[in-house]
Ligand binder design. Structure first.
Ligand SMILES: [Zn+2]
Length: 411
C-alpha cells in the first residue's frame, strides 16, 4: 500500500487498524495525518455542559461502592441512559463479588509530604519512579468523614457479597462486525463522596461517546463496545470476569451464517480512569493548588511489561496524535507505566492503554489529586477547567476511535 493512502483517515480507518496490528508498520506512516472533516464534525458533537450533566447524574448515587444498593441503582441508571441515547445491543455480564472483611476505619489524608532526596530511587506502581514531594495515599473508609449529612445518609447502605454485573452496549460495524475496539471506564467508586472524578468522569466520557456513535447518521466499518466495568476498586473483578468469560468467544459467528458476532475479535482496549484534576505536585505542607495547572495534560499510558507492549505503544502514540488533531485545549503525553485499572486485565490479550488526568504511578500515586478516594471527590470540588480536561480526553478518544473504526457520516 502507498504511504499516502495512510494519510487519508476515513479511507484508511481499516488500514490504520491494520497498521497498528502489524509490528512492521513504521510509526511515521501512522502519525501526522491531517484532521478528517467528518471525524472533526463528530468530535464537535461533544459538549462541556452535557458531559458535566452526565457526571452530575452519576453523583446522585453517592460513591457507587461495589456490593451496595446505590451501586446497583447506578448500573440501572447507566443502562437506561445508554438505551435512551440510542446505543443498541445492551447487555450485562454477571459474576460473583466476595466482599473482604472490612479493614480498620481511618479517615483523613496524610498532611505532610515526603521529599525524595537527590539520587534516591523510590519506586511507584506500574514500574514508575517517584520524584520530588510525595504525599502518602490513604483511601478514606470512614463514612463519618463525609460532612454533608444528606450524602452521608445516601452512602450509608451496607456492602454485601453476591452477584454483580458490568453493563455494555455495542455499535456494530457495517463492514467488519467481527472486529471491535473496547472503550471502557469503571462505574463503581469508593471513599464516601460522590466518586465524581474516580470514576464518574471516565464513565460519563464513555456514555457520551456511546451516545454520539449511536447517532442515526453515524456509520463505522468496525464495531465499538462501550463498557462500564463494576468492582474495579476491589481489584478489577468485573473486567477480569469479562476477559475470562468472553476472550474464548472472540470472532465466532453465532449462529453460523448470521453475520452476528456476540464477541467480535478484540483490536484494542482503551480505559478511562480519573479525567479531571491535574493541579500539580503537593507542596511541603501536603496541600495541592486549588486550580488546574497551566501545564495540565492528558496522560496516555501503556504498560512496558505487557505481552502487547509494542503495539500498545503505537496505539498510545496514535491517540496522542488524535489529541493534536481533535482536542481543543489540553495536550496529551504518553508514558510506559499503565497500572491499577481495568486495562491491565486486557494487556496480555490485546493492545491496551489508559487515559487519565495524571500518570497513575508517579503522579496520582504521589498525591497529586487531593480528592482521590476521599469524601471530597464531589462534583462541587471541580471547576470548568477540570471538567474541560475530561472533555478533551473525550475528544481525543472519539477522534482516535472514529479513525480506527473508519467512521463516516451518512449524507
Ligand atoms: Zn479509578
Amino acid at each position: 500500500m502507498a504511504a499516502n493512502q495512510l494519510l487519508v483517515p476515513i479511507f484508511c480507518g481499516g488500514l490504520l487498524a491494520c497498521a497498528l496490528l502489524n509490528d512492521s508498520q513504521a510509526i511515521s506512516q501512522v502519525l501526522g495525518a491531517q484532521p478528517d472533516s467528518q471525524v472533526k464534525a463528530l468530535v464537535g458533537r461533544l459538549d462541556l455542559e452535557r458531559y458535566k450533566a452526565t457526571i452530575k447524574g452519576l453523583t446522585q448515587f453517592g460513591d457507587r461502592q461495589q456490593g451496595t444498593d446505590r451501586n446497583r441503582a447506578a448500573l440501572d441508571w447507566i443502562e437506561a441512559q445508554l438505551k435512551s441515547s440510542g446505543c443498541t445491543n445492551i447487555e450485562r455480564i454477571g459474576y460473583v463479588y466476595n466482599a473482604p472483611a472490612p479493614p480498620p476505619q481511618r479517615s483523613g489524608a496524610a498532611t505532610q509530604a515526603v521529599a525524595i532526596s537527590s539520587g534516591e530511587v523510590r519506586k511507584g506502581v506500574g514500574g514508575s519512579r517517584l520524584r520530588g514531594l510525595v504525599l502518602p495515599q490513604m483511601p478514606n473508609n470512614d463514612p463519618a468523614a463525609q460532612t454533608d449529612p444528606l450524602l452521608r445518609a445516601l452512602n450509608a447502605g451496607p456492602v454485601n457479597s453476591g452477584p454483580s454485573e458490568d453493563v455494555y452496549c455495542t455499535k456494530v460495524g457495517a463492514k467488519y462486525p467481527n472486529e471491535m475496539y473496547i472503550v471502557g471506564a469503571h462505574m463503581d467508586g469508593r471513599g464516601f463522596g460522590e466518586a465524581a472524578d474516580d470514576d464518574g468522569s471516565g464513565t460519563a466520557l464513555v456514555m457520551e461517546l456511546a451516545r454520539i456513535f449511536s447517532d442515526p447518521d453515524v456509520v463505522t466499518e468496525r464495531s465499538i463496545r462501550f463498557v462500564l466495568w463494576n468492582n474495579e476498586e476491589s481489584g478489577h473483578v468485573g473486567s477480569r470476569a469479562y476477559v475470562d468469560q468472553r476472550a474464548p468467544l472472540q470472532g465466532k459467528e453465532s449462529p453460523p451464517g448470521s453475520r452476528r458476532y456476540p464477541e467480535p475479535k478484540w483490536l484494542g482496549m482503551i480505559q478511562h480512569d480519573m479525567m479531571l484534576c491535574d493541579h500539580g505536585m503537593p507542596g511541603p505542607d501536603g496541600t495541592v493548588s486549588a486550580e488546574q495547572r497551566r501545564e495540565a495534560d492528558i496522560n496516555i499510558e501503556f504498560q512496558s511489561t505487557a505481552k502487547f507492549a509494542d503495539r500498545a505503544m503505537k496505539l498510545a502514540f496514535f491517540f496522542r496524535d488524535a489529541n493534536e488533531k481533535y482536542a481543543t485545549d489540553y495536550p496529551a503525553a504518553v508514558g510506559p507505566h499503565m497500572s491499577s485499572t481495568d486495562s491491565t486485565e486486557f494487556m496480555d490479550h490485546v493492545p491496551a492503554i489508559s487515559l487519565r488526568e495524571n500518570e497513575r504511578g508517579m503522579q496520582i500515586g504521589a498525591g497529586w489529586n487531593p480528592h482521590y478516594h476521599q469524601a471530597t471527590d464531589r462534583f462541587s470540588s471541580y471547576s470548568d477547567k477540570d471538567f474541560r480536561l475530561g472533555l478533551n480526553a473525550a475528544q481525543t478518544t472519539l477522534g482516535a476511535v472514529a479513525e480506527l473504526t473508519g467512521a463516516s457520516l451518512k449524507k
